[in-house]
Design a protein around this ligand. Sequence first.
Ligand code: FAD
Length: 349
Amino acid sequence: MAQLPQHYVIIGNGVAGNEAAWHLRQRDPDSRITIMTAGRLLFINRYELPSLFNGAGADGNADWRPFLVHPPEYYTDNRIEVRRSTWVDKVDTLNRTLTLRHKETVAYDKLLVASGGGGYVPENLREFRPLMHPFGTFGDAIRMRDMLPKGGHVIMIGGDMIGLDLGRALVKQGYKITIVGDEYLFWPHALEGERRTKALAALEKMGIEVLAGKKPRVVEEIKRGKQARRVAFEGGGSIKGDVVMSFCGLMPSLDFMVGASVDIERGLLVNRELQSTDKSIWAAGDVCQIWSPEENHYRFYYGWKNVKDMGRIAAFNMTGGKESVATFQDEKLTIKRKGGIDSPYWEYE
Ligand SMILES: Cc1cc2nc3c(=O)[nH]c(=O)nc-3n(C[C@H](O)[C@H](O)[C@H](O)COP(=O)(O)OP(=O)(O)OC[C@H]3O[C@@H](n4cnc5c(N)ncnc54)[C@H](O)[C@@H]3O)c2cc1C
């Protein structure tokens, strides 16, 4: 009987998954490659999502096509099957199968977990999630834009670099931004002392208000329409706004790996070849923690350049290569001479 082609399954249609798919196709032309994604769209450039608020887009235009990184033909030409709106619910490492939410079972030979992370919401605020707007997908961005009146007020809990990227775009369009809390401010950059003071001054100069030292306690809907949300603080006091968002870093999306007998800490643990404790499973991107011998622990490396590189390296190793990740550089925030700030997390090519 003729041998079946190798089946590579990739969970995740972001930077890591797409980069890996491309390299897998180059290195194993006869293989089968399937990308599973919970999302409804093909790979979009979500780094550009804040531009939906830039003038032209803010008139109600909700066309996702300009955000596509590859046209649909790219996937056909490269024989990469993308299964959209497809949730992976479970991984059975013993039988090498995935169970999808609609109960279908899919067999893999080699699996790449590139399922990224969702916006983290601090535990004490999770019950208020229905009153907050996420900002991870095109649909999220459109829903949030529709909720926001012209010149409206966005309250951001946390203020990580993804939030600040959106914040600076919104301020330019005449919206008001207030950041509440300081624990996650500038995440994943860790700023202390004078650099932090300077970066805070830069935010103020940009027109972003920061309520440092305030800990949000409750998010409430006070009425429908304008100024529909209120955030109350521990120790008293509150502010009202139109939209509340949590920008407190990312939480790896790994529910489907629970019970799969693969080591997980917060992310999926991988060695420097990006292989997990299961020899048929690799991981890349925001979902994985990579062993750092210098620091003697597993750690995350964020930012699209690192994530893209991980996709390539994982594909290389899944096809018989042996490449270790070099120690990625920690991305540094720069405070410009005139007081502005710049971050590699705001760049995308
Ligand atoms: C709005 C936003 C803007 C950002 N902007 C920048 C930026 O400008 N610069 C920068 O360096 N970094 C930015 N980031 C950080 C970003 O997290 C990473 O750099 C990178 O995009 C992560 O890529 P990834 O491939 O690991 O995961 P992701 O791009 O998050 O892709 C994860 C994929 O996994 C799928 N998935 C998850 N769970 C399941 C499941 N159970 N079943 C099926 N599919 C599943 C999702 O549908 C998605 O397709 C931004 C992040 C966000 C959310």
